[in-house]
Ligand binder design. Structure first.
Ligand code: ATP
Ligand code: MG
Ligand code: MG
Length: 386
């Protein structure tokens, strides 16, 4: 099919599902991550590299044995990626500059704003004092509540703090430590939407719009199509997502998270330069999955637009680590009883509370039928939380 070797920085669940896709078409994938990484468990060749995707020397080593390098996480060493790309021996997709901009959430926001993409008003808090001209002043101006966010190393809400009043500043500072911070105006959204965009050598195409439901800042559920959203709004979300991704260089899939506000307008929340949790449903619900699309996009293989359509409505439920080490296994076991549930367990060792351990997708001829089948599993997840 294609003799090129693809290297991936990171071997978590996204890398694992990417390998599932690459294996089916015989493309060799080499992972840089720890030895027991979920992606390595399902790929038996001996060329994987052991180490951190943040380690420049390890990235260089990977570049020497691959034709194309991609990522399953954006918190990587983009300095080394720039170096190996400039050397010409390896192609980096998406472009290292895209990864560099996106991995800093504030820089990403400014980049989007400068390219005419609507985002929540954001103000840099780095280098400011604590007084009226500093953090307090900025948040007063943005209004309460507002979000104080870490610019870097943020995921699953770790790095976000809701500041409800001036009394919260000390707690925000303590919780986020000495990380570089920025403040964001509160988005009064009625719903969160997401779109997976595929950027190929020929332009941008999209998967359908989905609704995402977050709990404690972690994605809990996705609904495809979104519930009670007009076709026109779903289409606008796809157009905005396309515009946002078109502002960046390089190829691959991108996850675009958006807020749908009460006046029906849309804001981009953030972009992931890689496969994304909100695109898991594509494995079962679309002819091509987000992982198929990513592989094809970075290798310049065809990505027929009709392959990105929703074949059947789908609900996705994340399975997080719970109060006991096997909480997540209990949910997966219950899902075995459900005829249309596809179960994905990621092969992660330790189940810390809140850690993404797996997910379940139910597809059905109608979204309400999929919701009905998923409901007992949602109830089980909620019951575990108590
Ligand atoms: P991810 O795991 O998606 O990378 P993250 O840690 O980068 O998450 P964000 O996407 O910034 O975090 O925020 C997580 C969630 O917090 C959002 O999905 C949304 O529910 C809420 N949120 C974030 N920013 C705002 C805002 N400005 N106004 C209101 N809610 C917000
Ligand atoms: Mg994020
Ligand atoms: Mg997010």
């Amino acid at each position: 099919m294609d003799n090129r070797t693809v290297g991936v920085l990171g071997g978590g669940q996204l890398g694992r599902m990417f390998i599932e896709s690459a294996n089916r078409v015989g493309v060799k994938v080499i992972i840089l991550d720890g030895d027991s990484a979920p992606a390595k468990q399902i790929s038996a060749h001996g060329d994987h590299i052991s180490g951190s995707f943040k380690d420049a020397a390890a990235v260089k080593k990977l570049a020497q044995i691959c034709d194309v390098i991609t990522v399953e996480i954006e918190h990587v060493d983009t300095q080394m990626l720039e170096e190996v790309a400039d050397d010409g021996g390896v192609v980096v997709e998406p472009h290292w500059s895209t990864l560099r901009i996106i991995k800093d959430k504030f820089r990403q926001k400014m980049w989007l704003k400068d390219h005419g993409v609507e985002v929540a008003e954001s103000v840099d808090l780095e280098g400011l004092g604590g007084g009226e001209e500093g953090m307090v002043g900025v948040c007063r101006r943005l209004g309460f509540p507002c979000m104080v966010k870490s610019k870097t190393e943020a995921y699953d809400g770790r790095g976000n703090f809701v500041v409800k009043s001036e009394e919260d500043f000390a707690r925000a500072k303590k919780a986020l430590g000495d990380r570089p911070l920025y403040a964001e105006r509160w988005a009064e959204f009625c719903m969160e939407l997401a779109v997976m965009v595929v950027k190929t050598k020929d332009g941008v195409k999209t998967f359908p719009t989905v609704e995402t439901v977050h709990e404690d800042s972690i994605c809990k559920l996705t609904y495809a199509p979104p519930r009670n959203v007009s076709r026109e709004t779903a289409q606008r979300a796809q157009e905005l997502a396309k515009r946002a991704v078109a502002a960046f260089e390089g190829k691959g899939v991108f996850g675009v998270e958006m807020f749908l506000l009460k006046d029906d307008s849309l804001l981009v929340n953030e972009i992931a330069p890689r496969p994304h949790n909100s695109g898991h449903y594509t494995i079962e619900a679309c002819p091509l999955s987000q992982y198929d699309a990513h592989l094809r996009a970075i290798l310049d293989l065809p990505v027929p637009e009709h392959g990105l359509r929703l074949r059947e409505p789908a609900v996705m439920l994340n399975i997080l680590g719970g109060q006991t080490p096997d909480s997540h296994v209990q949910i997966a076991q219950q899902a075995l009883e459900s005829p249309n549930a596809s179960i994905h367990l990621y092969g992660k060792g330790e189940a810390r509370p809140g850690r993404k351990m797996g997910h379940i997708v139910v597809t059905a001829p109608t979204l309400s039928a999929a919701e009905r089948e998923m409901q007992p599993l949602i109830d089980a997840v909620d019951a575990q939380k108590g």
